[in-house]
Design a protein around this ligand. Structure first.
Ligand code: HEC
Ligand code: HEC
Ligand code: HEC
Ligand code: HEC
Ligand code: HEC
Ligand code: HEC
Ligand code: HEC
Ligand code: HEC
Ligand code: HEC
Ligand code: HEC
Length: 308
């Protein structure tokens, strides 16, 4: 008993010392190069001076931020959060006393201009890390696309989410293949504003490749195409095992119903084989669309061969 109660305070003191040591190290790092600063904790280095001080020299930038939701990051206007990082301008640019004392010394403040994509995103993630926790594992992050590739805190062009441009224009800037996809005769009406890229893609990430389509691909499709969800007594196996893209091109297709083949029968025969078909069907049937009779092609509660 006695030994135990002595050990606990010792552990605490050791921990406290370790924290102190850490702070000292990061303070030195900051003074040398604010862009390598990863912690927002106030230190022996630069101190927070408050947004009103920044305003005296940067009125334009002040007004820009004042008009956005980030104004809530000012302690004076605080609505959410209480951490050290809630300091208006200095939430993103870091403590500014040294910058101010230096008469606006550029090397004494965090500047997004010289920062790498990863440093930029880390800054934003100090607050947004909880809502977009998977961004660091996304294809975009790995391809040096940062938060400010798509968002602009100061000069957003869109009302929605401080975007630099509307989607799909924003996405087309880099994904030129998609422009052609959505110009095909049959397409999800993205250009027409009925469906959006982000309805199907999680732009903020999760696992590599998952920016492609978040978690289970079909769950995304079924959000809108609820009648294909089932459950059905009789499932058409590939709908379950291979998913929607076994038969459909999701962006756009030259074929009606976004099918992968220009003729329904060719699509079916690709998996079922012509000979199986001929042995089971009247010769004349082959000139009819298979889905004339096998109507409930996504699954049925009444027929194991997907009649109505
Ligand atoms: C005494 C005037 C003054 C004050 C106060 C001031 N700045 Fe500056 N700031 C400047 C000047 C001058 C520049 C350099 C402008 C240039 O060379 O383009 C600058 C540049 C900057 C830059 C751009 C750095 C770059 O690489 O281009 C940022 C970011 C910045 N200031 C943020 C702040 C923030 C945040 C505050 C408040 C904590 C603040 N400033 C307070 C004068 C000031
Ligand atoms: C949410 C994060 C964020 C906040 C809050 C913020 N800034 Fe910025 N600031 C940025 C980013 C990102 C840039 C880089 C340019 C851009 O993407 O708009 C920038 C650029 C700047 C620049 C460089 C000039 C330029 O346009 O490139 C100055 C000066 C500046 N900010 C001052 C301020 C001041 C003053 C405040 C407070 C009123 C402030 N910032 C609040 C993120 C922020
Ligand atoms: C100090 C914390 C903090 C930092 C750092 C921060 N944000 Fe925010 N951001 C907020 C808060 C608070 C909101 C308002 C969200 C709300 O009210 O739900 C917000 C909102 C947003 C929104 C949504 C605006 C809207 O209209 O829906 C975007 C986009 C955004 N931030 C991007 C960024 C980017 C990009 C950065 C880095 C350059 C950044 N934020 C850095 C706290 C922060
Ligand atoms: C490839 C472009 C892209 C990148 C990179 C990106 N975003 Fe977004 N972001 C968007 C789009 C598009 C929306 C609008 C989504 C919608 O319509 O619901 C959005 C919405 C948001 C919102 C508001 C709604 C929400 O989902 O919470 C916040 C906050 C936000 N982004 C923060 C960030 C942060 C922080 C980063 C970096 C870690 C980031 N974004 C990176 C494109 C992007
Ligand atoms: C600044 C350029 C840029 C912008 C803007 C951009 N992306 Fe990307 N995106 C990339 C890069 C680079 C990759 C990495 C893979 C590649 O080269 O296609 C990528 C990957 C992707 C992937 C995964 C592709 C795969 O093969 O796994 C999807 C899906 C995607 N982006 C969707 C979007 C959407 C939706 C938007 C608009 C909200 C958007 N992107 C905006 C550059 C961009
Ligand atoms: C109806 C849902 C849906 C919409 C809307 C959508 N996508 Fe996709 N996208 C997908 C699916 C599903 C895949 C994966 C295709 C595959 O695996 O065969 C994909 C793949 C991609 C890829 C990877 C490369 C490729 O072509 O396979 C990129 C990049 C992409 N989409 C970008 C976009 C952009 C940009 C937009 C908006 C202009 C958009 N997507 C709208 C469902 C969608
Ligand atoms: C945001 C809702 C939404 C999502 C998510 C969505 N779709 Fe659609 N889809 C629609 C709408 C709306 C139409 C009707 C298009 C029209 O009338 O222009 C449509 C049309 C279709 C069509 C053609 C129907 C016809 O009659 O020509 C197919 C096939 C299709 N979607 C498959 C998919 C697949 C596969 C996915 C997943 C990769 C998917 N959809 C995701 C909304 C969505
Ligand atoms: C085995 C091939 C196959 C698979 C897998 C498949 N479909 Fe289809 N789908 C078809 C065919 C064939 C048609 C055209 C039916 C017709 O011509 O009447 C079609 C038509 C559609 C249509 C438009 C007509 C209607 O019935 O509403 C939508 C929407 C659709 N599919 C969505 C989906 C979704 C969502 C998935 C994934 C859950 C999916 N499909 C999986 C073959 C398939
Ligand atoms: C991607 C491959 C694939 C495509 C494309 C496909 N099927 Fe199937 N289909 C299957 C598989 C696998 C089964 C399950 C076979 C089994 O259980 O032995 C199946 C089962 C069936 C059955 C139930 C009877 C049986 O053999 O169990 C019918 C009827 C059927 N498909 C018709 C069609 C029609 C009509 C089309 C075209 C619209 C089509 N299929 C497209 C793979 C496919
Ligand atoms: C005129 C209506 C009709 C058309 C068109 C039709 N079928 Fe059938 N199909 C049937 C009938 C009837 C059966 C037998 C149902 C039963 O056994 O109860 C059947 C059975 C099947 C089976 C199940 C065989 C088994 O193992 O039980 C498959 C697979 C199939 N058809 C595929 C196709 C394909 C592929 C096409 C298009 C190339 C097609 N069908 C066109 C009426 C049709």
């Amino acid at each position: 008993m006695l030994t135990q109660s002595r050990t606990i305070p010792t552990v605490f003191i050791a921990f406290f010392l370790a924290c102190l040591l850490n702070t000292t190290i990061s303070a030195q790092g900051q003074a040398a190069n604010p862009n390598s600063q990863t912690s927002f904790a106030p230190t022996a280095g630069p101190q927070y001076v408050g947004s009103d001080t920044c305003k005296t020299c940067h009125e334009d930038q002040y007004k820009q931020i004042e008009a956005t939701q980030h104004w809530n990051t000012n302690l004076a206007n605080l609505k959410k959060g209480t951490g050290q990082e809630w300091h208006g301008c200095e939430s993103c640019h870091g403590p500014g006393s040294a910058h101010v004392e230096g008469g606006g010394d550029k090397s004494k403040i965090f500047s997004f201009k010289g920062a790498t994509a990863q440093q930029v995103s880390a800054r934003c993630q100090t607050c947004h890390g909880t809502t977009h926790p998977d961004f660091q594992r996304s294809v975009h992050y790995q391809a040096d696309v940062s938060c400010i590739t798509c968002h602009s805190p100061h000069q957003a062009k869109e009302q929605v989410a401080l975007l630099k441009a509307k989607t799909p224009t924003l996405c087309y800037g880099c994904h030129t293949d998609a422009i052609a996809d959505f110009n095909r005769p049959f397409h999800h009406r993205v250009n027409e504003g009925l469906v959006q890229c982000q309805d199907c893609h999680n732009v903020h990430g999760s696992l590599p490749k998952a920016a492609k389509i978040s978690t289970a691909q079909d769950q995304i499709c079924l959000k809108c195409h609820t009648e294909k969800r089932g459950p059905f007594v009789f499932n058409h196996l590939p709908v379950k095992t291979e998913g929607c893209t076994a038969c459909h091109v999701p962006h756009g297709s030259n074929n009606p119903r976004l099918l992968t083949r220009n003729n329904v029968n060719n699509l079916c025969i690709e998996c079922h084989g012509l000979s199986t078909f001929l042995t089971l069907h009247n010769q004349a049937n082959k000139y009819q669309a298979c889905t004339m009779c096998h109507v409930a092609i996504h699954g049925s509660n009444a027929s194991d061969v997907f009649f109505k």
